[in-house]
Design a protein around this ligand. Structure first.
Ligand code: GLV
Length: 322
């Protein structure tokens, strides 16, 4: 008998066909948001769960599924899963690291450029038929060369952004609970800073940390006050790392110059006032959204799931202290 698996949302078609050929598959919903009652009702007899960052997999969900062996998250971030409870129950939890590093780093640079050079504002201006000709002060932005990029979080994605930053002649400083060894810092051309020093020194701050109780509101009202008036904040990691209300205030007061966001504190809701501001670029959580990467994420999540169901060690196990 094939193992029973709950897939919370559709995968890319090719991946879904493959998964359906390997397991007894139930798709929970075709909607963007899976109603919690549907998740709770459908998980009950499943041995495997393939889910996404939009699904909250907590104690109640796990308790409904006495036969559950593995939770395979089709995302690198696992803040949507109560890891401690899953581990205490002996459940395997997996994610999809590495395959999305380059795509997310590309998007970070795209957001940095879109924000500092006001690309979206300028595009809107053209579409509204307002371009009347070249002008000396039309859409003046911020130049990258010689500026300082401050990376908060220096894991795979932070390091991939640092590599790209060199091509733009940016100086890179970083903060991470795990400081790199001196020779690696030298190799990557980056310097470590305590968090508050980074925040006050950087011209562009870009967040690449995971969401944990410690990183929630790391960019607080107080830290926003430490930023330069000309500085830009970029977030492609998780929304709750930034106090979004405080960010709105800082942007409105001209306390910082701009922001580029791919993630939000109460996703998919966006602070309504952000929508009114010209000095923000807003994207709908598309950091890893390339054909290549999303295909790899789907198959990686499936392979993790199948290995776990067969009693083998999945390749991308999320373990305590990993
Ligand atoms: C996307 O945000 C992911 O965690 O994969």
């Amino acid at each position: 008998m094939k193992p029973r698996v709950l897939l919370t949302h559709p995968l890319l078609p090719e991946a879904m066909d493959y998964l359906a050929s390997q397991v007894d598959l139930e798709l929970a919903t075709k909607e963007i948001i899976l109603p919690r009652e549907a998740l709770l009702a459908r998980i009950n007899d499943k041995q495997g769960l393939l889910c996404f960052l939009t699904d909250v997999i907590d104690r109640e969900v796990m308790d409904r599924a006495p036969e559950l062996k593995i939770i395979s998250n089709c995302a690198v971030g696992v803040n949507n899963i109560d890891l401690k409870y899953a581990w205490s129950r002996g459940l395997l939890v997996t994610n999809t690291p590495d395959v999305l590093t380059e795509a997310t780093a590309d998007l970070t640079l795209a957001l940095i450029l879109a924000t500092t050079r006001r690309l979206i504002e300028a595009d809107r201006f053209c579409r509204e038929g307002r371009f009347r000709g070249w002008k000396i002060d039309l859409f003046l932005g911020q130049e990258l060369g010689g500026k300082t990029l401050g990376l908060i979080g220096f894991g795979r994605i932070g390091r991939a952004v640092a590599r790209r930053a060199r091509a733009f002649n940016l100086r890179v400083i970083y903060h991470d609970p795990n400081r790199q060894e001196a020779h690696l810092e030298q190799e990557l051309g980056v310097e470590f800073r305590p968090l508050d020093d980074l925040v006050s020194e950087a011209d562009i701050i870009s967040i690449h940390a995971s969401l944990t109780p410690e990183s929630r509101h790391l960019i607080s009202r107080e830290r926003l006050r430490l930023m330069k008036k000309t500085a830009v904040l970029i977030n492609v990691s998780r929304g709750p790392i930034v106090d979004e209300k405080a960010l709105v205030e800082a942007l409105k007061a001209g306390q910082i110059w701009g922001a580029g966001l791919d993630v939000y504190e109460n996703e998919p809701a966006i602070e309504p006032e952000l929508l009114e501001l010209d000095n923000v670029v807003l994207l709908p959580h598309i950091g890893s959204a390339t054909h290549e990467t999303r295909r790899k994420m789907c198959f990686m999540a499936i392979n993790n799931l199948l290995r776990g169901l067969r009693g083998e060690r999945p390749n991308n196990l999320v373990e305590p202290n990993s």
